[in-house]
Design a protein around this ligand. Structure first.
Ligand code: FAD
Ligand code: SF4
Length: 521
């Protein structure tokens, strides 16, 4: 019997309350899901990223079947030759011919490339692909486009205030922001000081059940050479586990989240961050539950305003903002290369963490172990190194897509190519996040245990960040002069003598040549 409506569900659309499920009649309609090799190998995905996606998908399939839906599900097997390199298009085309649906529906995919590929495949069979609404997000792309229309400047802060008013969040009865300020970021830049963070409560662990264990075994059999480690896998892969992870964060870490949001500390990869990005991006967790739980903690007096506002701004502000920009500016956005970087790839130690730079080695330890680094490690350590050394922005994005469990195109691209690498020329962030090793020194304890000196830009112990920082400013001077708020940093270059600048240039060329030659730095 042919199917009336076939609903395609992708790996980042595991929303039990999805709009698209509302109208589905279990007797006449069906759901289609597929594990496809291409999505795992087009960049060599971290084993933990594969595990989070496949385990969450298989649990979602089982929940839907438990609710009476017919689910056509493609499981990959352990044989690497089985479906090698196959993408959505091939797998779907075969099934469409077999199931012969009257209509095909999908929630807006998280990746422009996938959306185009699905539209093409479905179109070739003479069918339309209907895009269903998506109530997971607070702001759909058309609402974002309406907000953006006619604006002279594109600024997170403007969007964020609009969202606070639109959803009545953290507002007093007179419509003014709770506490009198819209943003408490100025209180959220503390480092831990000499005593360090103390005993930090870690996120809860979720031991693999039979379904998850099956996925872990599959990965070791089929993709044994992929980067990252699987041992000790205990990520949340169901909505119940995601909710437990949220509750634990609100209780244990939210109170200090704001103050220490920008801090770094050796060996502490999570610090007081929530580690909720993956379950949010796979839609196992509703962003409204995150915002609601934080607001309740504020009301109970369990978390201060600067922490709650900071957390709300990440979810209601940044997360929705980058998605809006992604859909407004794709596909051209992916081409952005405002600093005209050459075709340089990420350094080899971004794959194995083997470097003498203590801050990079530390961040990479978290990435390889957990498929995770917190925001400041992403932006002000790994992203900063890529920016200063002139990595091509899209290549940085592809690396990020491979190694992070929370990476989905709509959120990774604006953060990597835009915020971190300034490839968009100032759409997501207003200026490049460029700094020397002294910033990293100020924010934690990493430089103390490093063979380099963050204050030195030349000589044997010169910190590569500091050398490359000055070189970056010189190299990109013409472009940066047109960027507001870069004047102060550029003036500091002018304060240096010609001899010093020439020595920095020479040292920077040496560092970049060593990286290119695969020599340890
Ligand atoms: C170079 C770079 C790449 C990034 N790539 C991704 C990515 O692929 N996926 C991803 O979800 N986030 C990405 N981010 C944003 C942010 O770093 C992560 O969301 C955050 O580190 C995830 O950890 P957490 O859940 O502990 O976040 P927390 O610090 O606890 O923040 C809470 C939540 O706010 C949201 N959030 C915070 N900052 C951002 C942001 N800039 N953009 C969108 N959402 C945000 C996330 O959902 C996050 O879970 C990237 C940032 C940078 C600088
Ligand atoms: S000295 Fe430089 S390389 Fe070493 S930890 Fe500090 S910033 Fe990183």
């Amino acid at each position: 019997m042919s199917v009336r409506t076939l609903l395609l569900v992708l790996g980042d659309q595991l929303d039990d309350g999805a709009d698209a499920l509302d109208a589905l009649d279990p007797d006449r309609d069906a759901v289609w899901m597929a594990e496809v090799d291409e999505e795992i190998t087009y960049v060599p995905c971290h084993k933990r990223r594969i595990a989070v996606f496949l385990a969450s998908m298989r649990h979602f399939r089982d929940r839907l079947r438990g609710r009476g839906y017919a689910v056509h599900y493609h499981e990959l097997g352990p044989d690497p030759d089985d479906d090698r390199g196959a993408g959505f298009a091939e797998v779907l085309a075969e099934d469409l011919a077999r199931l012969d649906p009257d209509e095909v529906v999908v929630t807006l995919p998280g990746d422009h490339r996938v959306k185009e590929s699905l539209e093409r495949t479905v179109g070739e069979l003479g069918l339309d692909l209907r895009i269903a609404g998506d109530r997971h997000f607070y702001c759909e792309p058309d609402a974002f486009a309406r907000w953006l229309k006619g604006r002279k400047r594109i600024l997170l802060e403007d969007f964020y205030r609009w969202m606070r008013k639109r959803h009545d969040i953290l507002l007093d009865t007179d419509g003014k922001p709770v506490g009198g300020e819209w943003n408490y970021d100025s209180r959220n830049r503390e480092s831990f000081g000499a005593d360090g963070p103390g005993d930090l409560p870690h996120p809860p662990r979720f031991e693999p059940d039979e379904v998850t264990q099956g996925v872990l075994d599959l990965i070791e059999a089929r993709w044994p050479d992929h980067p990252g480690r699987l041992g000790g896998f205990a990520e949340p892969v169901t909505p119940d586990q995601a909710r437990d992870a949220l509750d634990a964060f609100v209780k244990d870490r939210l109170p200090r989240f704001g103050t220490f949001q920008d801090a770094l500390w050796k060996g502490e990869h999570e610090l007081v961050h929530s580690r909720l990005s993956a379950v949010l991006n796979l839609k196992l967790l509703d962003p409204r539950d995150c915002v609601g739980a934080a607001l309740e903690a504020l009301q109970r007096g369990d978390a201060p305003l600067n922490a709650v506002e900071g957390f709300v701004r990440q979810i209601l502000g940044w997360r929705e903002y980058v998605r809006g920009l992604y859909w407004r500016f794709m596909p051209d956005y992916a081409e952005g290369n405002a600093l005209e970087c050459e075709d340089r790839d990420v350094p080899w130690f971004f794959w194995d963490g083997e470097t003498d730079m203590a801050c990079v080695a530390d961040a990479m330890e978290g990435v390889l172990e957990l498929g995770y680094a917190h925001h400041i490690q992403r932006l002000m350590v790994l992203g900063l190194f890529a920016l200063l050394s002139g990595v091509q922005p899209y290549r940085f994005h592809l690396w990020h897509m491979a190694l992070y469990i929370d990476a989905v195109d709509w959120v990774s691209l604006p953060n990597t190519l835009g915020m971190s690498q300034f490839g968009d020329g100032g759409v997501v962030g207003t200026k490049p996040y460029c700094a020397s090793g002294k910033y990293i020194q100020r924010m934690g304890n990493l430089c103390g245990g490093c063979r380099y000196d963050p204050a030195a830009s030349t000589g044997d112990d010169a910190c590569p960040f500091t050398t490359l920082y000055w070189d970056f400013l010189m190299r990109n001077r013409e472009t940066l002069e047109a960027v507001p708020r870069m004047g102060f940093q550029l003036k500091n270059v002018d304060r240096k003598g010609d001899d010093e600048l020439a020595a920095i240039r020479k040292k920077a060329a040496e560092v970049l040549a060593r990286v290119a030659a695969g020599e340890r730095i």
